[in-house]
Structure formats: structure tokens, C-alpha cells
Design a binder for this molecule. Sequence first.
Ligand code: A2P
Length: 347
Amino acid sequence: MNKLTVAVCGATGAVGREMLKTLNERNFPATEVIAYASSRSAGSQVEFGDKQLTVRELKEDSFEGVDIAIFSAGGATSTKFSPFAAHAGCVVVDNSAAWRMDDRCPLVVPEVNPEDLAWHNGIIANPNCSTIQMLVALKPIYDAVGIKRIVVSTYQAVSGTGQKGIAELEKQVRDLFNGRDIEHNAYPYQIAFNLLPHIDIFLENDYTKEEMKMVNETRKMFHDDKIGVTATCVRVPVFYGHGESVNIETERKMTAKECRMLLSQAPGVRVLDNPRELLYPMPLACAGQDDTLVGRIREDETIENGLNMWICADNIRKGAALNAVQIAEELVRRDLLGVRNKNVFMD
Ligand code: A2P
């Protein structure tokens, strides 16, 4: 593998820090790693293995000589800067929602649709964390027996909101135990000891944007406009690790036993499913892990071909940083670096 220059944009954030950790742990073949963030944190230090990187301000001309830029700096920053990266010949892997549904950009989970990387134009989108873990678990089932419909309820950790979500839950818990008044900024209500059936903004159809991301991103990555997906996304007072209760209706019958067998061989999946031994996935068990954990696999007794399952994954790791780094690895493995038409996004 060639030695590469990699930029992490949003390096001071919850996901950016995990990206640096993941690049280091997986020995990504980089000769140089550059940490970018806003002017607010320029000059501060972030960890990269046993080194400290000095954070630089992200600018339009930050991409000269950079092979891959991994972004986790929010949609507005990505919308503004990614086109300049592609124009400079640098391939962007973006963790925000800015480019996910753009027809010019592949949306990729390496275990699900790595072949879509072949048609990139310089910007590749990392899906929403909840969609990633759901599809890692469902893709083998989709390939084996077809899936007509997915009904999902999520239980999403506060780290999905970034550092401000983590800080808010921590402070509210401390304030509550010390008899102080509770403040909230990251969320519209107290999150400590509460559940908020509200992630991202509400849309015209009364679903939230987060819920519709699960619908639209699933269709895009499965290349299936007909698959029915309906979601309810809930923020829970957990720091790391999203849980999902997933009910699927398959085209052909798959028993729970067959499903366990299939998923136990699936890439990126670990089956934890032995109710008698109280073995099932939990956020505390998936935090810091690469695998998507699947358990509570049962046949839905109300329909002919249906399954229920419970899926947990570390939203910061597989749901964001790891998936982005795996995309970068796949680009290197498939020799897909470099941007053929550098002006596609300069409109
Ligand atoms: P900064 O620390 O300088 O604000 P999180 O989602 O955990 O809050 O992290 C968001 C990340 O995105 C941070 O690293 C933040 O940097 C970065 N960021 C936000 N706005 C910009 C911007 N305009 N340019 C570059 N990085 C940005």
C-alpha cells in the first residue's frame, strides 16, 4: 500500500477523536495525519497514538497534497469545504447528512454495498449511525430471503449529539444528585432519567429527519425503492451505544435458528443470543467494540414470514468513525483514490 496523507476534519469532536484513534489502532497506511477543526480550537492538541497533533484551522485551501479527508464537522462545514477537497483531488469520506442522498455521492457501509465506491466523484457519504448498525445485521438476511418491510424503534445514546450531548447528560446527573437546578441546551427537555421521542427536526409528515434518514438511506444502499421502512427514533440517557428493536417481514421464510446461523457468519456481526444464560446485546457491552451485536432473535408469531431482533452497536465507532475508516481502507484496497472529474461539486 502507498503511504498516504490523511486529514481528519472536526478532529476535536467526539467522532473526530475516535477517527484518530481508529486510524492509529488499525495502522492505516498514512505518512502524515493532519487534524483540522474550526478557528476556535486551532493551536490546541489532539491525541494520535502516542503523539500529539496540533490542530489547524480548516480552510478552503487545506487539501493540497491530501489524499483522503475524513469529515465529522457537521453538515454546514462539510457542505462548504468538501467541494474544495474534491476539486483538489482529495477523496472525502463525510460523516454528516450533507451528501448522503445526493445522487453524485455513494452512501456506503463496507459490509453492505462496497461496490458503490467504484462510482464516487470525490465525496463518499457515511450513513447515519442507526442505519449502519441496522443494515450490517439485515444485509445477510436481505440477500438470503429478501425483506419486504422493516419496523424499527431506536434507543439512541447522547454521544450521537456530539460532545455537547455527553456533557449535558453528565452535568444533569451531577446537578440532580446535588440538588441543583437542571439546565438543558443540547435537548429541548431534560435527558437524564428521561426518554425523548425526538431526534433531529420534525418534518411535514410528522416523522423526524432522523427517522426518514433510516427510510431513505436503507433504500439507497439496498438499491431497493420498494422496501418498506418505518422508524421511531428515541434519545435515551445512555452515553455510548445505540440499541434497536427491529421487526422484519421477509419474502421467504427464515427460522430464528437459521437467522442465528446466518448472522454468526456475517462480517461485522456478533450474535449474542442465549436467553437462558441471560446473554443479549446491551449498550454497555457494545461500547468500544467494532462488532454490531445481535440477539433476542425470535420469529414474529403474528405473520407468516417475520423476525424480531435486538441490535446494539457503538454509535461513535461502527456508527461513525470505524465505518468511515473502513471506507478509506476499502478505497485503498480497490485502488479508488484520486478524483476523475474534479469539478462535479463546484456548482
Ligand atoms: P471545534 O472544536 O473547533 O468547534 P462535535 O460533533 O463532537 O461537537 O464536534 C464537531 C467538530 O466539528 C469539532 O471538531 C468542531 O471543531 C468541528 N467544527 C465545527 N465547525 C467547524 C468549522 N466551521 N470548521 C471546521 N471544523 C468545525
